[in-house]
Design a protein around this ligand. Structure first.
Ligand code: SF4
Length: 255
């Protein structure tokens, strides 16, 4: 007697990962205040693997997504587009998280346009605050890169990658999250996600950051409510990392 499982081809039953992160480098061209990269003992390094061998390994695993980033900034590597294009040519579903801090050349923009999804970390629409939090990130440069990516897709009739804005919240940028929803919509991105702050030791010489639950949890909850309402009106997807609202509600109950 054969069961339904017996009729499924064996390769379909093999466990396979949904997402594989390829950390091409753990170095970064920014020094965000909340990131381990800013800690004095942090040491980044590059992945030493031939792109063809990497593609072979990835193809064998058949993932739904190959994210070309881990803890570092892939686009600071000189030949990152060569690796990305090779993986794309082999049919892999490539995505990336990037800080968009450097000005991309046309080839880099065209490569990003062919990704399935691009997540861009943007913490606030206030350029001065952004510069303080991310230590080196210029908002106008980031915005120009994003606008050029969207324009490139539109003028070449390429379907845009899913454009995801990611914001790490602190007590300083939390009140401005509703503005960031409007900015996300104006830039023609699809979604905004709030990332919960993980506290590391304070960084000497950098602006001091706190979790919003330590300063004004009620104000933070109101900002989230406003942001959600604006996102619904504008058709922007609005996500939050699990635990963020819980931490604010706990913080509120202590006040
Ligand atoms: S851009 Fe990302 S990896 Fe680089 S310092 Fe900022 S949070 Fe860390």
């Amino acid at each position: 007697m054969t069961s339904e499982v017996d009729e499924i081809p064996p390769e379909m039953l093999r466990a396979r990962p949904r997402t594989i992160y390829v950390e091409m480098t753990s170095r970064c061209n920014l020094l965000c205040t909340y990131c381990p990269v800013s800690q004095p003992d942090y040491k980044g390094e590059d992945l030493l693997m031939e792109p063809e061998a990497l593609a072979d390994v990835l193809l064998r695993a058949q993932p739904d997504e190959v994210q070309l980033s881990g803890h570092g900034e892939t686009t600071m590597l000189r030949d990152w587009t060569r690796v990305a294009r090779l993986l794309l040519a082999r049919g892999l579903p490539v995505t990336i998280t990037s800080n968009f801090a450097k000005r991309f050349n046309d080839e880099e923009i065209d490569t990003l346009a062919r990704f399935r999804a691009v997540k861009i970390s943007v913490d606030t629409t206030d350029a001065d605050l952004q510069f303080q939090l991310r230590r080196g990130l210029k908002l106008d440069k980031l915005t120009d890169n994003l606008d050029r990516l969207v324009a490139h897709c539109e003028s070449n009739f390429i379907e845009k990658p899913f454009l995801h804005i990611s914001c790490t919240i602190t007590h300083l940028n939390m009140p401005l999250v509703p503005d960031l929803v409007r900015w996300t919509h104006a830039r023609k991105a699809h979604a905004l996600a709030l990332v919960n702050l993980v506290r590391h030791p304070d960084v000497e010489g950098a602006v001091k950051i706190l979790h919003p639950s330590e300063v004004d949890p009620q104000g933070a909850l109101r900002a989230i409510e406003d942001a959600q309402r604006i996102a619904d009106e504008l058709g922007v997807r609005f996500d939050m990392e699990p635990g963020l609202v819980d931490s604010l509600e706990v913080g509120q109950s202590w006040q």
